[in-house]
Ligand binder design. Structure first.
Ligand code: PHE
Length: 339
């Protein structure tokens, strides 16, 4: 029996030393210490021993049991510890791995230019005004001194929702909305989208953008308008740029002018960009028509004002040397990411 016990101890110790899984450890425990385990069998057979031998073997058997129990416990702890460190190793975050770079977009050139124009005018004390893109005929035409049947309507054909509602052809209706709601002094700009039923080509799009400006106060003159537009042109196209006014006609301003900027490419000498003109037209302007002031309840005997409408696309194309307006709307990433 003594040999049997020694053999149990030796084999159990050997098996324990190489065990790797908790489940195997449990199998070893059952194999030796379980109800039908080897050691249990030996203890059961003690009855056959002599009275002298029984306490000796009994003690030895107990020692082996204690030894195995403590070794099993110890091994169990070791296995649990190993499993824990394996888990930690698996879950570790390597903070030295380079991150995945997020794709950063860039602002659309139109947004860049319109924001810059806003900054220039905000710097001169202007406020930003807004109006609807789906507009009443009254604001888009009628109140701007363009009655039904006026030829100016033909050049601004647009998309009609019904007889009285249309997609605005210009940002000028915002002038009326502002003057209806605010008494002078008025100093606003209104950047926004406008619509005309034009066919798409390198210089036309049925949707485009304007920046409207309106100043109404006592004693506002054409000189103020010209000075303001000079500041605008220099801020956008550089210190050396000049402006030129050509007489024109808009029903809602009197006198009216079309305003050119000296060519940003050749400086006025004449080149391909300005079609050898030396000048490029970018806006319409004039002194607010007395009739328009009156319609808005402002006394033209007391107040005067000027207004202008800048073509945003033209300005952007000039600023960034873009030769085809369609590029602004095609959303080709290769184009857009250059700005
Ligand atoms: N609304 C005019 C246009 O679209 C431009 C303009 C605005 C002219 C303000 C004079 C004053 O052509």
């Amino acid at each position: 029996m003594r040999e049997q016990l020694n053999s149990i101890r030796e084999r159990a110790e050997k098996e324990l030393s190489s065990v790797e899984q908790i489940q195997d450890l449990e199998n070893i425990r059952v194999k030796y210490l379980g109800k039908k385990g080897e050691l249990t069998q030996v203890l059961r057979g003690m009855g056959t021993l002599s009275t002298e031998e029984r306490p000796i073997i009994g003690q030895l058997a107990n020692e082996v049991r204690k030894l195995l129990e403590s070794k099993i416990e110890e091994t169990g702890k070791k296995l649990a510890e190993m499993e824990r460190s394996r888990k930690i190793a698996r879950e570790v975050i390597d903070v030295t791995i380079p991150g995945r770079r997020k794709f950063l977009g860039s602002r659309h050139p139109l947004t860049i230019a319109i924001d810059q124009i806003r900054e220039v005018f905000i710097g001169m004390g202007y406020e930003i005004a807004e109006g609807p893109e789906v507009e009443l005929d009254y604001y888009n035409f009628e109140a701007l001194n363009i009655p039904k049947g006026h030829p100016a309507r033909d050049t601004q054909d647009t998309f009609y929702i019904n007889e009285n509602i249309l997609l605005r052809t210009q940002t000028s209706p915002v002038q009326i909305r502002v003057m209806e709601n605010k008494k002078p002094p008025i100093k606003v700009i209104c950047p926004g989208r406008v619509y005309r039923s034009d066919a798409v080509d390198a210089t036309h799009s049925p949707i485009f953008h304007q920046i409207e400006g309106l100043v109404v106060d006592k004693g506002v003159t054409m000189g103020d308008l010209i000075g303001t537009l000079q500041v605008f042109a220099k801020s956008l196209f550089g210190e050396n740029s000049r402006i030129r006014l050509r007489p024109h006609h808009f029903p809602f301003t009197e006198p009216s002018a079309e305003v050119d900027v000296s060519c940003w490419t050749c400086g006025g000498k004449g080149c391909r960009v300005c079609k050898n003109e030396g000048w490029i037209e970018i806006l319409g302007a004039g002194m607010v028509h007395p009739k328009v002031l009156e319609i808005c309840g402002i006394d033209p005997e007391v107040y005067s004002g000027f207004a202008f409408g800048i073509g945003a696309e033209r300005t952007v194309m000039g600023k960034f040397n873009i030769d085809d307006m369609r590029l602004l709307y095609e959303n080709d990433i290769r184009f857009l990411k250059q700005f």
